[in-house]
Design a protein around this ligand. Structure first.
Ligand SMILES: O=C(NC/C=C/[C@H]1O[C@@H](n2cnc3c(NCCO)ncnc32)[C@H](O)[C@@H]1O)c1cc(-c2ccc(F)cc2)cc(O)c1O
Ligand SMILES: [Mg+2]
Length: 214
């Protein structure tokens, strides 16, 4: 039942996770996707790397590119210090609607602003819309061919400060070769690879952490 995979994930969360308990919602998504049907969430293994980066950065302003079902949105939001904000961009209305309901079930919607639209159109509006200046952390997990153009757009919009951390999912599988070449060769980034595994599978993947040097 459930017309789409995100809808089936939402139904499973609503039927099994504890309302208001973000960790139980995260575990429910992971058990559904590990045992019933695979989905492109960052997952529990790479999710631990994401958690560690969020705790290390203690960000006031976070941007996520590609919400999908809101799994990584929850992982980030549950670890934010009070007063911090997570802005997540999702171009697919149906996915955004599902993510809103999953975030609501987890009780995390107060820390999160989910915007529906393409990152290329929304990124230039963020400073004015949120009266903010720079992001402290950007989690990149949308179309892999969009990683590089959107990183350049963030630079052009003056949304990166010296010390801003970019964390990119899937730099090995499916891969983001142009992005990797850019952050690993540009003098404006200090980049480091975190090896891991593709969500719910025994396949190599990893995340790239790149610090903008200004
Ligand atoms: O393709 C993957 N992710 C894409 C995410 C897309 C989500 O982000 C949204 N989105 C895309 N571009 C934009 C955009 N801007 C861009 C256009 O302006 N602006 C806003 N939202 C955007 C989509 O609507 C989706 O919600 C992936 C694949 C595998 C995979 C690995 C192995 C396999 F065999 C198969 C698959 C594993 C992973 O972890 C993966 O993340
Ligand atoms: Mg991914």
């Amino acid at each position: 039942s459930g017309k789409s995979r995100p809808m089936r994930i939402l139904q499973y969360v609503q039927n099994t996770a504890v309302q208001g308990d973000a960790n139980s919602v995260i575990s429910a998504v992971d058990s559904y996707c590990a045992n019933v049907e695979w989905a492109m969430n960052v997952g529990d293994k790479k999710g631990e790397i994401l958690d560690a980066v969020v705790l290390d950065v203690r960000p006031r302003w976070v941007l996520e590119l590609g919400t999908y079902c809101g799994y990584s949105t929850m992982r980030i939001a549950r670890l934010l210090p009070p007063g911090a904000r997570l802005i997540t961009l999702e171009m697919n209305h149906h996915y955004a609607q599902v993510a809103k309901q999953i975030l609501g079930h987890a009780g995390l919607d107060s820390q999160v602003d989910l915007l529906v639209g393409a990152s290329s159109a929304l990124i230039p509006q963020l400073k004015k819309k949120f009266d903010m200046d720079k992001f402290d952390l950007v989690f990149i997990d949308h179309w892999k061919t969009s990683y590089l153009p959107d990183t350049k757009l963030l630079e052009e919009c003056d949304l990166l400060a010296s010390g801003t951390v970019l964390l990119a999912d899937n730099v090995t599988c499916p891969g983001a070769p142009e992005y990797l070449h850019y952050v690993r060769n540009s003098p404006r980034y200090k980049s480091l690879y975190f090896p891991s595994q593709l969500e719910y599978l025994r396949v190599e993947d990893g995340m790239e952490k790149s610090v903008f040097l200004g």
